[in-house]
Design a protein around this ligand. Structure first.
Ligand code: DX5
Ligand code: ZN
Length: 225
């Protein structure tokens, strides 16, 4: 099933509860929480207190994307704050295998991410330990950037590799995804779609969420035939 994961980085923080309620009630399956440390990426976003606050108002699957160095130091805390999946960057961690094992041992899903300049082969050694691979389609650090077309090929490559090895993992894509370009990324083989500005823009959070979900439903019907 194709899932939507609206990134709250693009939400109106003065109305964060209401923004989440809107996308939740409109039917989103996931909520994407972008944590940035100002070291792995240039900007700083938010961390544990916001995740706990989000957890307190929704039962939806909380998809936490760590754009931080030494993610291994913070796994237990993010789990305690209510994460359902923690994804960290292969480029930011020297103990990828152990960190994935820690996440799994704590009983939640584990994801591994690659930035646009990292080849998809970088995640191949870890596929047996993860539930999801996150392929960044912009350089991590900011919302509202343009989708990088060359990243689409990595999704195709990974889906082929997973099929060849009979692995049924989720492929998430993140960055610059809009209603207008989401179909070509579904075609490539992604099944978890992050959208920040395209969901939370123009005070149309519920409508935008529904529009994505409608398109996913139509796509699933088309491809099931
Ligand atoms: C970028 C973040 C993304 C971002 C997506 O570093 O990981 O999740 O919020 O925002 P849009 O959809 O606006 O590109
Ligand atoms: Zn993200």
């Amino acid at each position: 099933m194709i899932k939507l994961s609206p990134s709250i980085l693009a939400a109106d923080f003065l109305n964060l509860g209401e923004e989440i309620r809107q996308t939740d009630q409109a039917g989103t399956q996931y909520i994407h929480v972008d944590v940035m440390d100002g070291v792995f990426v240039p900007s700083i976003s938010f961390g544990m207190p916001i995740l706990s606050a989000v957890r307190s108002i929704t039962q939806k699957f909380l998809d936490v994307h760590l754009m931080i160095v030494h993610p291994e130091k913070y796994i237990e805390e993010f789990v305690a704050c209510g994460a359902d999946c923690i994804t960290f960057h292969v480029e930011a961690c020297e103990c990828v295998e152990e960190t994935l094992q820690t996440i799994k041992r704590l009983g939640i899903k584990a994801g591994l991410s690659i930035s646009p300049d990292t080849p998809v082969e970088a995640v191949f050694p870890f596929l047996h330990l993860v539930d999801m691979i996150l392929i960044m389609t912009v350089h991590p650090g900011y919302g509202g950037q343009q989708f990088i077309p060359a990243c689409r090929e990595k999704v195709v490559q990974l889906r082929d590799y997973l099929n060849q090895h009979s692995l049924d993992l989720d492929i998430e894509v993140d960055g610059g995804i809009k209603i207008e370009n989401v179909k070509m990324i579904l075609e490539a083989g992604a099944n978890v779609i992050v959208a920040g500005s395209a969901v939370f823009e123009k005070e149309r959070t519920a409508e935008n969420t529904k529009e994505f979900l409608k398109l996913f439903g139509e796509w699933e019907e088309e491809t099931a035939e």
